[in-house]
Ligand binder design. Structure first.
Ligand code: S3P
Length: 430
């Protein structure tokens, strides 16, 4: 599964594109569609490997999910207590969202289940969800004293909890909220900064009683969820590669249509605008409880900035490509408060530092971030994706403005979130 790709410098990127559906919203549409009563229609579902892991998991638990001709999904939900015991281990592949959210959701079932994943996922920390779930009486075991998958879950009646999360993580928050659906009474999660709130919005959309407040959110257990039509907007995390590509490549202008711009996800827009990006949101609207807009972006002179605090969780998946924007900015960009990058699909601080350095970038890794000197020039060369989709795509963006061709090893991983990335890149190159 290595599949190396060579990307040559571009003269410009022009035209219009739509990026595939939002990965986080796609996961949640299957989960809540399955736990709702009746039919849920999911429009614009992301057919990537991560979301297929979630889809297969619910099929193995007895949920009928039909794929319609245009890729939309029809889910025949069986209600909160309608899942059946899976006959085999559930493989979550590379998907942290699948394994962590499902751990919460499975903790309150009347059956036994086992979750595992690929070699990257099996190295990622799981105690962050097991610890709060234990306060709800969940019974879950894992390797390394409960830190690593495979995870074995013996479903158990749950009691509600109030959890003060030390990290701003939507996966932790969502795991506890999903477990909270099975508890009698109110479950509350507080977090240091607001992480993406797609679970909250979609739970409300499906009819749960959910109450966000400053610093946290409360959900009431045992709701009746009703099947709905869900429109999945384009993934801002995928659009981000094209935003940065257009900003750093001379003579570029791109219109990216139908992008989800939920404020808990749109940190990339604030960061790029602070760096001096010519980037505008057009035609703002709302779809299934999520804000959506078109994004117009043009080649820009960027400047280095300091990034930290509340914007970090709102842009958490975009730091690999932000480091590429920083490499072509005037001055130094400092990223701090981003320790979470060390436990993503790979250690993204280490991976971006090593791969940018290979192309002559001047980057220093720090414990909770990085310092990137805007050298304004990268050379060609050979780089590695580290098996991480967002590192692979970020290096492809860097290549558009590098002095010579860049060869990226192991690019098959882009299928986890953005299967047509390479085709779209070809389409908009002039
Ligand atoms: C996600 C939450 C984020 C993000 C991941 C998807 C989600 O992880 O990095 O790609 O769908 O809830 P954390 O919540 O662990 O920060």
């Amino acid at each position: 599964m290595t599949q190396a790709k060579t990307v040559s410098p571009a003269n410009g990127l022009r035209g219009e594109l739509t990026v595939p559906g939002d990965k986080s919203i796609s996961h949640r549409s299957i989960m809540l569609g399955s736990l709702a009563k009746g039919k849920t229609l999911v429009r614009g579902f992301l057919h990537g490997e991560d979301n297929h892991a979630t889809l297969n998991a619910f099929r193995t638990m007895g949920i009928t999910i039909n794929e319609l001709a245009d890729g939309d999904l029809e889910i025949h939900g069986r209600g909160l207590h309608g899942l059946s015991e899976p006959a085999d281990v559930i493989d979550c592949g590379n998907s942290g969202t699948t394994i962590r959210l499902m751990t919460g959701l499975l903790a309150g079932q009347g059956f036994f289940s086992v979750l595992t994943g690929d070699k990257y996922l099996r190295k990622r920390p799981m105690k962050r969800v097991l610890a709060p779930l234990a306060t709800m009486d969940a019974r879950i075991w894992g390797r390394g004293g409960g830190e690593f998958a495979p995870l074995a879950i013996l479903g158990n009646p749950l009691r509600p909890t109030t959890y003060d999360s030390p990290i701003a993580s939507a996966q932790v928050k969502s795991a506890v909220l999903l477990a909270g659906l099975y508890a009698e009474g109110e479950t509350t999660v507080r977090e240091p900064h607001l992480s993406r709130d797609h679970s909250e919005r979609m739970l409300k959309y499906f009819g749960a009683e959910i109450c966000p407040f400053k610093g946290g959110v409360t959900v009431k257990g045992q709701p009746h969820l009703e099947g709905r039509e869900v429109f999945v907007p384009g993934d801002i995390s995928s659009a981000a590669f094209f935003m940065v590509a257009a900003l750093i490549t001379p003579d570029s202008e791109l219109l990216i249509r139908n992008v989800g711009v939920n404020p808990t996800r749109s940190g990339i827009i604030d960061i790029l605008q602070d760096m001096g990006a010519k980037l505008e949101l057009l035609n703002p609207r709302e779809l299934s409880g999520e804000p959506v807009a078109d994004i117009l972006v043009k080649t820009s002179e960027l400047k280095g900035i300091e990034i930290g605090g509340e914007v970090v969780p709102r842009a958490i998946d975009e730091f690999p490509v932000i480091s590429i924007a920083a490499a072509f900015a005037q001055g130094t960009t400092i990223v701090r408060d981003a320790r979470e990058l060390r436990v993503k699909e790979t250690d993204r601080i280490a991976a971006m530092t090593s791969e940018l350095s290979r192309l002559g970038g001047r980057v220093e890794a720090r414990e909770d971030g990085m310092a990137i000197a805007g050298a304004g020039h990268l050379s060609g060369g050979l780089v590695s994706s580290h098996g991480d989709h967002r590192i692979a795509m970020s290096m492809a963006v860097a290549a558009l403005r590098a002095g010579k061709e860049v060869r990226i090893s192991d690019t098959a991983c882009t299928a986890t979130s953005f299967p047509n990335f390479w085709d779209l890149l070809e389409k908009v190159r002039v």
